[in-house]
Design a protein around this ligand. Structure first.
Ligand code: NAP
Ligand code: ZN
Length: 347
């Protein structure tokens, strides 16, 4: 086994703290890479707090992981020692179900192995994430990262990037479409960047009036303060798509009313509580409520290559790992500009 240093929550009510653990030895198809940076996703906080379901503890969060390869297994073909590597939200899947065969491992029918707070495919061994100094992953779930990019600012692409890229590609959002990005946080700011890159007319819907200048600097064409009834009224029946990145309970019926005919409200945010939806909100205007989860491995690589080519990275604020709870507190207040990234040298 390989000794690893990490930061873990021992229970849902204790703060993260240093924790030593072990990872498996590098198998024939495995890549081991030392972690240089790890992004901080709102999902990390949801999961250490058991917001969604009872988690597996101790929990080492982190699924926006980048670093440098230090060891490869005998049969590894895709990676060499010294190369950059990344891992997102999944480390394995069944590989044989119809979704896996289509490259949609995130929708693996028996269940993909989440990078942390999950189990390996043996359904017994817990997984531990990127708030740690090294990780061992099957080469098929490791992504290539260009040497030409800002590595720390690329880490968030592994979750916030692919989670917004994938639905915009699936619904072919682009020129001629009015796209609203609901919530300007980690996912939201990437949604704006991709929406603009794909040619859509992008509006940010935000509860934070002080984010308007940032939204425009990110490329958004319009900004609507959702707590202002007059601005909300003017936005009714206008959008083809809403990309909903909100992490907390919110009024879906109100936002559905902003869609024009045939509009699609795409949920990527995952609030802890179920929402109440009125059939009238969908029926009027033949609207759809849809959802999307991260992206498959091939599409994640496509997104990373697209970002390298188009010079797209995340806007980040680097933190020391000891400040993780201060970062979470700011994230909950909507005060993230626009992704915290942990410098793993501080572990
Ligand atoms: P984040 O950085 O905290 O951003 C969320 C943003 O939502 C906030 O900055 C805020 O933006 C807005 N917001 C917060 N509370 C709100 C409320 N009550 N009403 C309206 N807007 C509110 O979080 P994130 O890391 O982007 O993650 C967002 C959500 O996506 C989380 O639930 C996360 O678990 C989920 N997620 C899903 C996937 C997937 O595969 N589908 C992947 C990753 C993350 P404003 O200040 O602009 O209002
Ligand atoms: Zn995430």
């Amino acid at each position: 086994m390989i000794p690893v240093k990490g930061y873990a929550a021992q229970t849902p009510t204790t703060d993260l703290a240093p924790w030593d653990f072990e990872r498996r030895d590098v198998g024939p198809h495995d890549v081991q890479f030392d972690i240089l940076f790890c992004g901080v996703c709102h999902s990390d906080l949801h999961q250490i707090k058991n917001d969604w379901f009872p988690g597996i503890f101790p929990m080492v969060p982190g699924h926006e992981i980048v670093g440098r390869v230090v060891k490869v297994g005998d049969h590894v073909k895709k990676f060499k020692v010294g190369q950059l590597a990344g891992t997102g939200c999944m480390v394995e899947s069944c590989r044989v179900c119809e979704n896996c065969k289509e490259g949609l491992e995130q929708y693996c029918i028996p269940g993909s192995s989440q990078t942390y707070n999950g189990l390996e495919q043996d359904k017994k061994t817990p997984t531990y994430g990127g708030y740690s100094n090294s990780i061992v992953v099957n080469e098929d779930f490791v992504l290539h990262i260009s040497e030409d990019v800002d590595l720390a600012a690329t880490a968030p692409l592994l979750c916030a990037g692919i989670t917004t890229y994938s639905p915009l590609r699936h619904w072919k959002v682009g020129k001629g479409h009015k796209l609203a990005v609901l919530g300007l946080g980690g996912l939201g700011h990437m949604g704006v960047k991709f929406g603009v890159a794909f040619g859509a007319e992008v509006t940010v819907l935000s509860t934070s009036p002080n984010k308007e200048a940032d939204a425009k600097a990110l490329g958004a064409h319009h900004f609507v303060v959702t707590t202002d009834p007059a601005q909300l009224e003017a936005a009714k029946n206008t959008f083809d798509f809403i990309l909903d990145t909100v992490s907390a309970p919110h009024d879906f019926n109100m936002y559905l009313g902003l869609l024009r005919i045939n509009g699609v409200h795409i949920c990527v945010g995952v609030p802890p509580e179920p929402a109440s939806i009125e059939a009238f909100s969908l029926m009027g205007g033949r609207r759809s409520l849809a959802g999307s989860g991260i992206g498959g491995i091939a599409e994640t690589q496509e997104m990373l290559d697209f970002c390298a080519e188009h010079k797209i990275v995340s806007d980040i604020e680097m933190i020391d790992i000891k400040d993780i709870h201060a970062a979470y507190d700011r994230m909950v207040k909507g005060d993230v500009r626009y992704r915290f990234v942990i410098d793993m040298a501080t572990l």
